[in-house]
Design a protein around this ligand. Structure first.
Ligand code: ADP
Ligand code: MG
Length: 730
């Protein structure tokens, strides 16, 4: 009997199903479980002596370092709380340059010397850890024999408990650095960029005299996450999904997203149960979820948390991705976060909603009603416009990856050209700034729906633009080009840093031109002049039209905006001296730290394409070619027996000719791609270029050859479950 890989995989993955966590009563109110597994400021206030809690507050305000004796007290309280919640181990939880999270568990227990055990967590082990760093990507920051790395407690992000059916681990968010203090992770530069934006944004507040009672300004982040759910059994029958998180082959089914019937449609009940469990787990971790809905492609969904301060939001984003993955298994699903798991239908992004807020909760990018009088808003706005124009290439590089390349520019996601959408009201406003005086704010008015019983709707002054990579959406900017697999820490490190640089520029220009003892009017006069120049110099980055059109590609080129289509095109942007100088000036990344990242990005790209190439060749050679040959063989037998029976076999012969031709092409394309695999021997940057120029096209050719066969080979012979099953079984 033939082996049937599909059934084998299904049998193999069936034993793992529906293990729901039962820590709380089902249907328990969310407020009763919210943040139950979080040890943050609220808990600390509850259980720490007042003096120790005060020290923590001082650390948070950046005014002091924690003493070891305070750390001991906090560790004791944290340990008692964690044991109470069932924890047996603790871990320093960090975000190395893999883009994933990392953890090494240590037991909270030790023998008590009397035949029993005692629990312990010292201040020292809370504050500092020493994982072996040698197997994490360092991009040359460390030689392999220099194994030492340190983790350092990030007091600003709450500790939490990670749970499974029989384990609970106290997880302590930490930064991860090398033996000589260089950042080996995504958190350290992010925290530094938060300091930079705080310093520069505060200077602007001071200019307006609105800094009273404000002790800091930080960025805020709400990252909407798109993802696919695929039935776990089918997933395991697809080696490409298992090893690459995307299908390397697969022809389009007759019905996919043409009818637009999935977007915002009724959520299938297995999926909704999954979402509800994800949300309850996130609630326990103190992660507030705001929306859930079906996305455009069949099998695609979105979850959006409520925005938080950027550092916490980034940690929470990492936890959210992890939770999607871990909960999916309990419902017989696999959650796929890849940007383009299925060719031909929509891919997944992560819309990065970013704004600036004071610690007192004032959103500095809220234009308010009479925006033309709100010079402070205009100043921050101009800072963002200048930053994005000067560093468009860096922003593009910050979101580049092998997987996101499939999405950018594919008329479902923003193009690789970075521009800003402002909308009618703000565009009218910057026109006025450029003319030298602002005197009006465009209003949207009301919409009458023509029915007596429906309410009058307040209309926005401008529509949204879903084609823009960096869009103003009312009181924040939405960086829409970020990929769904990405860690948001790096893109936000970049946004914070470039905006800090531009706010520094504005503050310095303004401070330098304001005469001693100037009146409020005189200061404003200076500010208007400075903003006018910024708009003149940088408005080329503003584009409100359709980013998907060919005309925009041409116009963008005429405006001098670059169009970096692939990761190999984008990575060199990081080598631009102005980028290194900017990161260095604001203390975000040293030169070696930036260089190491460039190496890591290039290596990661090459490695990922390397895995895909090998997986493709393997599937094509060992699964698709044999199935196709068998089909060809069956047809040949049919031709012979038909002729023997004295019946006209000319129709069958045509089919046999066709299949023989497709099989021949498949064989050729496998050999082609195999030949190109020599890129694996090149230096990473050379390999990137080689991949862009030769490998990507060759992969597409091989895919096309196989997909053509999928359309004609007998269904029971084709060894991979098809798109129809993958996308529609929920
Ligand atoms: P959309 O209609 O764009 O899909 P969603 O409601 O799905 O919007 O998501 C919007 C996201 O923007 C949410 O995560 C929300 O919390 C976030 N957001 C709202 N205001 C701010 C802000 N001031 N700063 C950062 N993020 C914000
Ligand atoms: Mg949304």
């Amino acid at each position: 009997m033939n082996r049937d890989p599909q059934s084998e995989a299904i049998a193999a993955s069936n034993h793992w199903q529906h293990v729901s966590l039962d820590f709380e009563k089902p249907n328990q109110r969310i407020d009763e479980i919210f943040a139950a597994d979080v040890f943050g400021m609220r808990k600390m206030k509850e259980c720490l002596p007042e003096s120790v809690f005060k020290s923590v507050e001082q650390v948070l305000q950046g005014g002091a370092k924690l003493t070891l004796s305070d750390a001991d007290v906090i560790a004791g309280a944290m340990k008692d709380w964690a044991i109470e919640r069932g924890a047996t181990h603790f871990t320093h939880w960090f975000q190395p340059m893999t883009g994933l999270t990392a953890e090494k568990h240590d037991s909270l227990t030790a023998p008590d010397g009397k035949g029993g055990v005692m629990y312990r967590l010292s201040g020292n082990s809370l504050v500092q850890g020493e994982p072996d760093a040698s197997s994490f990507p360092s991009g040359g920051l460390r030689a392999t024999f220099e194994a030492r790395g340190y983790t350092a407690w990030d007091v600003t992000s709450p500790a939490f408990i990670m749970r499974g059916s029989n384990y609970a681990t106290l997880s302590i968010p930490t930064a991860f650095v090398s033996w000589n203090g260089e950042a080996l992770d995504k958190k350290t530069p992010l925290l530094r960029s938060i300091d930079a934006i705080n310093t520069q944004a505060m200077r602007i507040l001071k200019l307006f005299g609105t800094d009273k009672g404000v002790s800091s300004v930080g960025s805020t982040l709400g990252a909407e996450q798109e993802y696919f759910l695929v039935d776990r059994n089918l997933y395991h029958a697809r080696p490409d999904l298992v090893s690459c998180d995307r299908t390397l082959f697969g022809s389009m089914p007759p019905k996919h997203q043409q009818l637009d019937d999935h977007y915002f449609g009724t959520i299938p009940s297995r999926v909704l149960s999954f979402m509800a469990e994800v949300e309850r787990e996130l609630a326990r971790l103190g992660i507030p979820v705001q929306t859930r809905h079906n996305e455009v492609a069949p099998g695609q969904y979105e979850i959006a948390p409520l925005f938080e301060t950027t550092n916490i939001a980034c940690d929470h984003q990492a936890l959210l991705m992890q939770t999607l993955k871990s909960v999916a298994g309990r419902f017989g699903f696999v959650a796929i976060l890849h940007e383009k798991p299925f060719a031909g239908v929509n891919g997944s992004g992560k819309h990065n909603n970013w704004s600036l807020s004071t610690n007192t909760g004032v959103n500095l990018l809220d234009p308010q009603d009479e925006t033309h009088n709100n010079l402070q808003f205009m100043t921050y706005l101009c800072g963002v416009i200048r930053a994005v124009h000067l560093h468009a290439d860096l922003l593009r590089a910050a979101i580049s990856s092998a997987s996101n390349d499939h999405r950018l520019g594919a008329n479902e996601a923003p193009p690789a050209i970075i521009s800003i959408f402002l909308g009618d009201m703000l565009t009218d406003l910057i026109d006025q700034i450029e003319e030298g005086a602002t005197s009006r704010t465009l209003k949207g008015g009301n919409l009458d729906l023509g029915s007596r019983t429906l309410p009058a709707l307040k209309r926005d002054s401008g529509d949204r633009n879903r084609t823009s990579p960096f869009a103003f959406t009312g009181n924040r900017f939405e960086f829409r080009a970020v990929g769904s697999t990405a860690s948001v820490a790096w893109p936000n490190t970049v946004i914070n840093s470039i905006v800090a640089e531009s706010l520094d520029f504005l503050a310095t220009e303004i401070e330098g031109s304001v005469p001693e003892g100037a009146t409020k009017e005189q200061v404003e006069e200076v500010i208007r002049k400075v903003l006018k120049r910024v708009i003149q110099d940088h408005r080329a980055i503003v584009f409100n039209g359709d980013n998907y059109t060919q005309e925009w590609q041409e116009e963008a080129a005429a405006r001098g905006l670059s169009n970096l289509r692939t990761t190999p095109d984008a990575i060199p942007a990081l080598m631009n001296p102005k980028v290194g100088a900017m990161f260095e000036k604001y203390g975000v990344l040293t030169k070696p730290e930036l260089e190491s990242r460039i190496e890591i990005f290039a290596e990661k790209y090459v490695t990922q394409i390397g895995i895909e190439t090998r997986q493709m060749i393997s599937i094509a050679r060992t699964m698709l070619l044999p199935a196709s040959v068998e089909h060809q063989h069956n047809l040949a037998l049919a031709v012979n027996s038909t002729v023997e029976a004295g019946v006209d076999a000319s129709g069958l012969k045509v089919s046999l000719d066709e299949i023989a031709d497709l099989v021949r092409i498949l064989g050729l394309k496998i050999t082609d791609l195999d030949d190109h695999f020599r890129f694996a021997l090149l230096e990473p940057h050379d390999a990137c270029v080689y991949i862009r120029d030769h490998v990507l096209g060759s992969m597409e050719d091989l895919r096309l050859a196989a997909d053509n066969l999928e359309a004609v080979v007998a269904h029971d012979l084709w060894p991979l479950p098809g798109y129809s099953q993958l996308l529609n079984i929920r």
